[in-house]
Design a binder for this molecule. Structure first.
Ligand code: BMA
Length: 339
């Protein structure tokens, strides 16, 4: 197996536990999962599918909070250790580009990505059906809603953490107006975060049963010397409903619509009580990963059963070796989406 290393800034104080002795799989769960329990705020019944990143000397996050009227919105949270979180009791007060209050009707599955000196939040919101919303902030006090990047319907937007060939690059998953029984990951580019184009197909649902219904982007891609490591979700339909697992792939560093390696096995699937039992059972839904390039450590943040947040650990070498061992590219993964 060849060596791989992560590129870019990281943090030595990300959450971490060593792999349990004798454990043979590449990803292991935090023993104190779930890290966020039910009823975390007076007006919020459940927090899940949420994204975190380093900020100042601690961590910051955007959290999907399901209010007691059942409508999801995005809440800000801060933490010293990325395990114990304090949430603002009010949802994030977005404004439009003229500074006027602009609250989405609903907002869910947020991702948080820094590009240069700006933090971007992407989420799913209503625009005559599910579509992608984006806001930017530099200080986590003011949050400016940007133009909608795509036409409806779309979910699971996640930016790359730096421009590629001079453009911002974002993954997304076109969908329908319901519980979408199909879906591939696409990529779009923008020179300015307003106009998006050069749309490319990245990867589709596959013949592996755990992801044979639909897939969608997860954590912001992690830069390595072997390409971009993407954690994504894959879905299978069963007689008991959809089951969401986590998959992993490596995308070309300069042309990330090309998949270089794709793991045929999931890397995490529902098996603990907090993944199998909840508002929507059998869901592991990744939205972020914290990294420490010096040690190779990665902490994956994932929503559990639409009810909780969990952390799972791996190292860049562990996950890369596993992807290579079960590598299964198909023709639709390697084409660049021009057809
Ligand atoms: C998807 C999204 C996710 C959710 C999942 C399972 O369509 O809405 O937010 O975790 O369904 O309910």
């Amino acid at each position: 197996m060849s060596d791989i290393r992560m590129i870019g800034e990281g943090r030595s104080n990300i959450p971490w536990q060593d792999k349990p002795e004798g454990y043979e799989l590449p990803v292991w769960r935090y023993s104190e999962n779930p890290i966020i329990n039910r009823n975390p705020l007076p007006d919020v019944a459940r927090i899940f599918n949420s994204a975190v990143m380093p900020y100042e000397d601690g961590f910051i996050g955007v959290f999907r909070g399901e209010q007691r009227d059942g409508i999801p919105h995005i809440y800000l949270g801060r933490s010293k250790d990325a395990v114990h979180w304090e949430f603002d009791p009010e949802k994030i007060p977005f404004t439009d580009e003229k500074g006027r209050p602009f609250m989405p009707r609903y907002a869910y599955d947020p991702r948080l990505v820094r590009v240069d000196d700006t933090y971007y939040i992407m989420w799913c919101q209503d625009c005559y059906g599910p579509s992608i919303g984006i806001a930017s902030t530099k200080d986590f006090r003011t949050f400016t809603r940007l133009e909608n990047p795509y036409l409806p319907y779309n979910r699971n937007a996640v930016l790359f953490p730096r421009k590629i060939n001079g453009n911002y690059v974002m993954l997304s998953r076109p969908c329908d107006n319901g519980h979408t029984a199909f879906g591939d990951i696409f990529l779009s580019e923008s020179p300015d975060m307003e106009f998006w184009g050069r749309h490319r197909h990245v990867m589709g649902r596959s013949e592996n049963w755990w992801e044979n219904l639909k897939i969608g982007g997860g954590a912001a891609p992690i830069e390595t010397d072997k390409g971009w490591l993407l954690f994504y979700h894959g879905v299978v339909n069963t007689c008991n409903g959809y089951v969401y697992s986590i998959g992993a792939a490596i995308l070309d560093i300069n042309e990330p619509s090309k998949v270089i390696h794709r793991c045929s096995n999931y890397i995490l699937a529902p098996e603990e009580w907090y993944e199998e039992r909840g508002f929507v059972p059998n869901v592991c839904f990744p939205c972020a990963a914290l990294t420490d390039p010096d040690t190779g450590r990665i902490a994956i943040y994932y929503g559990c059963a639409d009810s909780y947040v969990g952390i799972a650990f791996t190292t860049i070498q562990d996950i890369y070796d596993y992807i290579l061992r079960y590598d299964s590219l198909t023709e639709s993964d390697t084409e660049i989406g021009l057809r």
